[in-house]
Design a protein around this ligand. Structure first.
Ligand code: CO
Ligand code: CO
Ligand code: CO
Length: 304
């Protein structure tokens, strides 16, 4: 747990460690089946970020039995189980309680060879940084709640969040990388800060290469931002230096809290094009090289 990494790791033997993680939250989309899918993709992500293989999961359910029909819960759990099947994860149990507000998620157990564990503290000066999913899901879900997102925009955001980081994780293991973390509630810059500080390096981000959902740009320009975005900016803002020409709405997107975001991978520069090529060929089409690891200023992020 020392490095505030994505999940807890416990070594069982010289060649086997277990990875444990738990994540659950309130709905971010209206469709119960989609919500179930997203909750599972999100909960498994911390295991993938550490280079592990998720094996079993337990449902965590808070359901308002007096407010909602039980069919809603059935649809959520169906979405969840279908996503677990896709991931090759076995549901082994769970726990549910009656609660005023609906919440769903999972506790997940995975395995990894202790020598192949990928943490957020191994980035090396000269590394390239790869991001595997576009940013902007927090901004779009805020627009959705405000009734401003079109059907196609919601579908695009849902697909992005419901996509497993499985292939990206397998391919990064195949190529060999130095560090990884997944982008979730602290936003791209928050998680990048954690990676920089735990690895005791600096990061230079080329904002023009960062993949962003097109509609998130439009909403961000109009100032439609989730509350968590402001908190991220407040907390991590001191650690980030923006060059003069970065418009405010781009800064917002870089701080946008993500649900089930992509992997941020740090790897040797000569392997970066190879990994991006393999990711895109495997359907992780938004994967891009978005920056590099620098020595100074240590623990800081420069955005150009
Ligand atoms: Co994480
Ligand atoms: Co997590
Ligand atoms: Co129980």
């Amino acid at each position: 747990m020392e490095s505030l990494d994505d999940a807890g790791v416990y070594k069982l033997s010289d060649d086997l460690a277990i990875i444990q993680t738990i994540d659950f939250f309130t709905p971010i989309v209206d469709d119960p089946y989609d919500f179930g899918q997203i909750a599972v993709a999100n909960a498994l992500s911390d295991v993938y970020a550490m280079g592990g293989k998720p094996l079993t999961a337990m449902n965590v359910v808070c359901f308002p039995t007096k407010k909602l029909d039980i069919s809603v819960l059935k649809d959520i759990l169906k979405g969840g189980i279908d996503k677990m099947k896709e991931a090759g994860v076995t549901l082994v149990g769970g726990h549910s309680i009656d609660d005023a507000e609906l919440k769903y998620g999972l506790s997940v157990t995975g395995t990894v060879h202790p020598e192949h564990l990928v943490t957020n503290s191994g980035a090396k000066v000269g590394d390239k940084l790869i991001l595997t999913k576009p940013l902007g899901t927090g901004i779009i879900s805020t627009a959705l709640k405000a009734g401003k997102a079109e059907k196609e925009t919601t579908a695009k955001m849902t697909k992005c969040m419901a996509t497993l980081n499985k292939r990206a994780s397998e391919l990064m293991q195949e190529v060999g990388v130095h560090a990884c973390t997944d982008i979730t509630g602290f936003g791209f810059l928050g998680h990048a800060c954690q990676l920089a500080q735990n690895s005791q390096v600096g990061i230079k981000v080329n904002s023009g290469s960062v993949p962003i959902l097109t509609e998130a740009r439009e909403f961000a320009k109009k100032g439609l931002c989730p509350g968590g975005l402001g908190r991220n900016r407040e907390f991590y803002g001191k650690i980030v230096e923006f060059s003069n020409q970065i418009p405010d709405y781009i800064q917002d997107i870089l701080f946008d809290p993500q649900t089930s975001g992509g992997l941020l991978i740090s790897l040797a520069p000569e392997k970066a094009d190879l990994l991006v090529g393999r990711l895109q060929k495997a359907g992780v089409q938004d994967a891009a090289i978005i920056g590099e690891i620098i020595s100074k200023p240590m623990g800081k992020i420069l955005v150009e």
